[in-house]
Design a protein around this ligand. Structure first.
Ligand code: NAP
Length: 255
């Protein structure tokens, strides 16, 4: 192994990252590629994905809606057809919904669970035979609010709690196959998420200010603050780590 390869801890690994066109997913695709992986970045907007791919070599893209019935098989097959294997699935595509119980509709709840819970499940299922072969890993992106209440976004919090429990349960179910399953749970992090959550621009500014003042380390996160821990979970050095939820939130969950 050359000196350069020594630092490329994911040399020759094949990684699928959903939601790679912005925020945490984009930073993760880039960090995985920097670690030597070949990355398939997935999202609905091809233009956003192309911007991610332009940041550094090693990132291919596929425009797809992860909630479409045939998407999980197509996404996994695209990575495997291209590179012959799959080592890591990062279930990052997700959304928040800031809406009170008064104002909820059935469609809002089912759409949220479809994206945050059902799609990661079907992607994990499609990836399974390939992860068995590579003794690979799944990393589900949860949230601080997957394990603490979030008034006004109860179903978002509940969807992330579901993802954390899938993480722990799959970790045990799949351990015999050598497949590790972990979660990274970010706190408030710069991304497009708040902008598409249903808040006005003024409300977004106010929420960000309030979040920064509540976080013990005094600021919202940058996508790279989170991405580096997602990469750590994927690395061979983490080969005895499974079923864990790592909160990366500047200390927010403690207060
Ligand atoms: N930022 C935070 O404060 C924070 C905190 C805790 C947890 N998280 C979690 O971190 C993950 C990443 O979010 P982010 O903050 O980086 O937000 P973001 O910038 O909104 O990224 C979400 C990405 O998912 C993609 N996406 C959404 N729906 C999709 C679908 N149906 N099919 C395929 N791709 C889809 C979006 O791209 P397209 O629109 O092009 O599809 C977008 O690039 C999410 O799971 C989120 O819940 C974020």
């Amino acid at each position: 192994m050359t000196e350069a390869q020594h630092h490329r801890t994911l040399h020759d690994h094949v990684v699928v990252v959903t939601g790679a066109g912005s925020g945490i997913g984009r930073a993760t695709a880039v960090a995985m590629a920097e670690a030597g992986a070949r990355v398939l970045g997935v999202g609905r907007r091809e233009s956003a994905l192309k911007e991610t791919a332009a940041i550094r070599p090693g990132i291919a893209v596929l425009a797809a809606d992860v909630c479409a019935p045939e998407a999980p098989e197509t996404i996994i097959a695209t990575a495997v057809d291209r590179w012959g294997r799959l080592d890591v699935l990062v279930n990052n595509a997700g959304a928040t919904a800031r809406v009170s119980l008064d104002d909820l509709t059935r469609a809002r709840v089912t759409d949220l669970f479809d994206l945050n819970v059902v799609a990661p499940t079907m992607l994990a299922q499609a990836a399974l035979p390939h992860l068995r072969r590579s003794r690979g890993s799944i990393i589900n992106i949860s949230s601080t609010y997957g394990h603490r209440p979030q008034p006004g976004a109860a179903h978002y919090a509940a969807s992330k709690a579901a993802l954390e429990q899938l993480t722990r349960t799959w970790a045990v179910e799949l351990a015999g196959d050598g497949i590790r399953v972990n979660s990274v749970a970010p706190g408030p992090t710069e991304s497009e998420a708040l902008g598409v959550s249903g808040l006005t621009r003024e409300q977004v500014v106010e929420v960000k200010r309030e979040q920064a003042s509540t976080i013990p380390l005094g600021r919202r996160g940058e996508p790279e603050d989170v991405a580096s821990w997602i990469v750590r979970f994927a690395e061979p050095a983490a080969s005895w780590l499974t079923g864990q939820v790592l909160t990366v939130d500047g200390g927010l969950e403690l207060v």
